[in-house]
Design a protein around this ligand. Structure first.
Ligand code: HEM
Length: 375
């Protein structure tokens, strides 16, 4: 809400996501991606791909923020943390609209318990991480000023709060987007095949698909990710904005927002608007290649990149975008290289769409698939 305070708090995040810092995280992404693929290869019969991807994203962010501690890929949601995160979001989305409610419910036994447990978990693990010190340059290293870039280190409650933000902002969003990518691929076999061909070109079997060096050339891979994020943005309703306190309000285009009014730009609707995208409801990755001049198209073509904001825009946009893209590209290259996937026999894929729920981030249901190792 306060741009000066936001800019101050954002500083360590910007350091944490510099190009150099991102390189340091690569071994963590690689290790978890390899573990995900190994786990999926070991699955016999039908398995819930969305659950696997969620565990992957959560374990990865746990490594990043707290230097490890969760092993959902290995042990499942043994401590109920994933469930906690999901339920905590449903409460948080109510508080987002009725903030004063939280002052009352925190005193009522039973209410908001999941959110309280989530905070307690973040508190406990932050303290553990403080005590352990940094083994690698993870996100915590920057958030807690272990890099000594600032003269004063932030107080612990700010670091705890930032850690929880990272866990929520970085796990759910990536998991939902990746799961939606696979949903789109499995409902569009011709796209699946074309992407597999691109992966086979850069990472034929035997080639190390954990090495991201070819990502930069994989235009179809990015087209598929972009097209999925256009149709299924992880934060469908966008995040809140409001006039700065003490300014008396703000005029935005033809609208006047009085002070104390919250506003949001509904990303899902914007990105499916025919004024900005040709055939807006169709899953058509080629539009990204046409827009870049990499592919020819005759006919009327509308493509407005300003109307594509899955990572939001402006000074408070998603700071983790490049990390998320690295994770998604790496998981996709490895899955497409090593596995052959199909929807579970007899499963109605419309179920996926019916189960998607907007609770600030998108909550998803199950994605039952069968997996076979590629020879
Ligand atoms: C596909 C994956 C992701 C998507 C679609 C996504 C999307 C978003 C969106 C829409 C926002 C709101 C920005 C605003 O209010 O203007 C946001 C904020 C944020 N995201 Fe992401 N995100 C993703 C992954 C990540 C990852 C991996 C991290 C790593 C920690 C991360 C960290 C953050 C943080 C810290 C913010 C708050 C930024 C601020 O207020 O300055 N995100 N993200």
């Amino acid at each position: 809400m306060d741009p000066i305070e936001h800019a101050r708090r954002r500083k360590p995040w910007n350091r944490a996501f510099s190009t150099a810092a991102l390189k340091e995280y690569q071994p963590i992404v690689t290790r978890r991606t390899a573990q995900l693929i190994e786990g999926l290869m070991g699955e016999v019969g039908t398995t819930d791909l969305a659950k696997w991807i969620s565990y992957y994203a959560y374990d990865f962010m746990g490594d990043m923020v707290f230097g490890g501690g969760t092993e959902m890929l290995r042990e499942g949601d043994r401590d109920g943390l994933w469930r906690l995160l999901k339920n905590g979001m449903s409460i948080a989305v109510i508080y987002e609209h009725v903030p004063w409610l939280s002052y009352y419910t925190r005193h009522l036994p039973g209410l908001g318990n999941d959110l309280k447990r989530l905070r307690a978990m973040a508190f406990e693990r932050t303290i553990q991480r403080y005590n352990r010190g940094s083994l690698t340059k993870d996100l915590f290293y920057y958030l807690s000023n272990e890099d000594q870039a600032e003269t004063e280190s932030p107080p612990r409650h700010i670091v705890i709060s930032d850690g929880l933000i990272a866990l929520i902002a970085g796990s759910d969003t990536t998991a939902t987007t990746l799961s939606n990518v696979f949903y789109c691929l499995l409902t569009h076999p011709e796209t699946y095949k074309r992407l597999q061909d691109e992966v086979d070109k850069y990472y034929p079997l035997g080639e190390d698909a954990l090495n991201p060096e070819h990502h930069v050339h994989m235009t179809y891979l990015d087209a598929v990710i972009n097209e999925t994020m256009r149709l299924f943005p992880a934060v469908s309703s966008g995040s809140l904005r409001a006039p700065i306190r003490g300014t008396g309000g703000k005029t935005v285009g033809p609208y006047y927002l009085p002070e104390g009014t919250q506003a949001r730009l509904h990303v899902y609707s914007l990105q499916r608007d025919a004024r900005y995208f040709t055939q807006p409801e169709s899953f058509w990755p080629d539009r990204w290649l046409i827009a870049e001049g990499l592919q020819k198209f005759s006919g009327q073509f509308v493509h407005d990149p300003n109307a594509f904001i899955p990572f939001s825009f402006g000074t408070a946009n998603c700071v983790g975008k490049n990390l998320a893209m690295l994770e998604m590209r790496m998981v996709m290259c490895n899955c497409m290289q090593k596995l052959e996937m199909n929807f579970a026999e007899g499963w109605d894929s419309e179920m996926w769409l019916r189960d998607l729920e907007d609770v600030f981030v998108t909550r998803m249901g199950q994605l039952p698939v069968t997996i076979r190792k590629r020879e």
